[in-house]
Design a protein around this ligand. Structure first.
Ligand SMILES: *[C@@H]1O[C@H](CO)[C@@H](O)[C@H](O)[C@H]1NC(C)=O
Ligand SMILES: *[C@@H]1O[C@H](CO)[C@@H](O)[C@H](O)[C@H]1NC(C)=O
Ligand SMILES: *[C@@H]1O[C@H](CO)[C@@H](O)[C@H](O)[C@H]1NC(C)=O
Length: 151
């Protein structure tokens, strides 16, 4: 019996470990991942860094159970992740793991929808409207700046 409970306990431990495999990014690393991700406007990296700082402090495990917001971008379950949201076709739980590829894809969908509705996609995030409105888009994508430096 003791052995049984021991094994059961071990099993639960493993499940928990799988469930909470998450990561706190440094602002620099987050910026680099965003720069590498396809579909992210290079001029917007600093704005994303600001809003994510206020939304989740770069913690992929962030979960606001009251509002139903998940992960590093605090994406809301009402519309976007499931259950019950469907628009991103992603499980909310996978927005809280250490792989933010799917988070970025979903955040870009949220951005696009709000860009369409309000003319500024970042307005989807309170962290942005409260703290990041003054962070302006870079004049030129950082890639171009780097290229210019070498001339
Ligand atoms: C970004 O891409 C570069 C070049 O492919 C790679 O060396 C680097 O490890 C990537 N960084 C991250 C954080 O994914
Ligand atoms: C990237 O963002 C800048 C500043 O908001 C904007 O002027 C530019 O049109 C955007 N580029 C693309 C490809 O959407
Ligand atoms: C943004 O800039 C305006 C004008 O400079 C200032 O009044 C406002 O407090 C700033 N907002 C934030 C969130 O920093």
């Amino acid at each position: 019996m003791i052995k049984f409970f021991f094994l059961l306990g071990l099993c639960c431990c493993c499940c928990l470990l799988v469930e909470v495999r998450s990561k706190v990014f440094s602002p620099e690393e987050f910026g680099e991942v965003m720069r590498n991700a396809s579909g992210v406007n290079a001029s917007h990296i600093e704005i994303w860094k600001c809003l994510v700082k206020w939304e989740s402090s770069f913690d992929t495990a962030a979960h606001n159970t009251k509002s139903g917001d998940h992960g590093i971008f605090q994406i809301n379950e009402k519309w976007w992740c499931s259950p019950p949201g469907k628009y991103c076709q992603v499980a909310c739980v996978s927005l809280r793991d250490d792989d933010i590829t799917d988070d970025i894809e979903c955040a870009l969908s949220v951005y696009d929808e709000h860009e369409r509705i309000s003319g500024n996609g970042f307005r989807a995030w309170h962290g942005y409207t409260k703290h990041c409105m003054n962070v302006t888009a870079a004049e030129e994508p950082e890639l171009d700046l780097k290229e210019n430096e070498t001339i």
